[in-house]
Design a binder for this molecule. Structure first.
Ligand code: NDP
Length: 283
């Protein structure tokens, strides 16, 4: 069994990104990421801090724009518009969830699609499904990067993705399809789920239920990608797949933690750097 170590890959890419940022700076462009956080959601505070820390670590400029939980939609949209116009800003990310008075869709639609580093805007999602270049959600990109780094070719494979969220399941399905996989998307209303998962050459679990999948759900020799991050009562984090139960029958598997998780921020940085490269080209 091959362990698909996302943390090792993330560390390697982080070193490469540090060099890439340095090169851009020598050309007069400092990649800049703006993270907007509205309110005090504790999980969001951790995520935004981690994004900032990583950006700083690789030499990027990063701005954390904190806004109060009482912020109106109009106020937030005005801030987003200002960053849209700011030529020194490469990536804009609005940390979700937003307080109830703010319509998330409207906010996401306001972010300039060329700065939409989360890849959540309808323009970028449309481009993704049309297999056109655009910005792509970071967790699915991380999954594809792990597979590529381990030379696991998805073309022609039966890929079963369990989970159809806008941030993981759907964009990953599009990436897999664009890479010529045969894709099945399953969800909570899927009947006879096990019959599907057992056909998967590559099984992706993106559900959010600890140890939903065990040995009987996985085809011998399959590749298993576990996106799930479930916090147990004792504080430990575990995946949607029972790692211990399946490890002897799979050909490769991502652990949780240290699998897909560390790749998400890494791909966020990669995408911001790519946008900044465009700034160099434009001069
Ligand atoms: P969502 O809750 O948005 O989506 C969960 C999906 O799983 C839904 O499509 C839902 O179906 C489906 N589902 C729920 N229960 C079942 C079931 N019993 N059988 C089959 N399908 C089911 O979650 P996210 O996509 O945001 O996240 C999924 C997991 O990935 C979570 O554990 C999350 O923490 C983790 N995650 C990890 C990231 C990382 O960086 N590693 C980043 C983002 C998420 P339906 O649509 O019908 O409701």
């Amino acid at each position: 069994m091959e362990l698909l170590d996302g943390r090792a890959l993330a560390n390697q890419l982080t070193d490469e990104q540090t060099l890439a940022v340095d090169l851009l700076k020598q050309q007069g462009v400092t990649p800049k990421l703006v993270v907007i956080m509205v309110g005090e959601d504790p999980a969001s505070a951790i995520y935004t801090r981690n994004k900032q820390k990583r950006a700083t670590k690789i030499g990027m400029a990063s701005v954390l724009k904190k806004m109060s939980a009482e912020t109106t939609e109009a106020e937030l949209l005005a801030v987003v518009e200002a960053y849209n116009q700011d030529q020194t800003v490469d990536g804009i990310l609005v940390q979700l969830p937003l307080p109830p008075q703010i319509n998330e869709d409207r906010v996401i639609q306001t972010i300039d699609p060329n700065k939409d580093v989360d890849g959540f805007s309808p323009v970028n999602i449309g481009k993704l499904w049309m297999n056109q270049p655009g910005l792509v959600a970071c967790t699915p990109q991380g999954v594809m990067a792990i597979l590529a780094a381990h030379k696991i070719n998805v073309a022609g494979k039966n890929v079963v993705i369990v989970g159809r969220s806008n941030i993981v399941g759907r964009p990953l399905a599009a990436l897999m399809l664009n890479a010529n996989a045969t894709v099945t998307i399953a969800h909570s209303r899927t009947k006879h789920l096990q019959d599907l998962t057992k056909t998967a050459d590559i099984l992706v679990a993106a559900v959010g239920v600890a140890h939903l999948f065990g040995a009987v759900d996985v085809k011998p020799g399959a590749v298993v990608i576990d996106v799930g991050m479930n916090r147990l009562a004792d504080g430990t984090v575990t995946g949607d797949v029972d790692f211990e139960a399946v490890q002897d029958q799979v050909s490769a598997i991502t652990p949780v933690p240290r699998g897909v998780g560390p790749m998400t921020i890494t791909m966020l940085m990669a995408q911001t750097i790519e946008i900044a490269k465009g700034r160099v080209k434009r001069g």
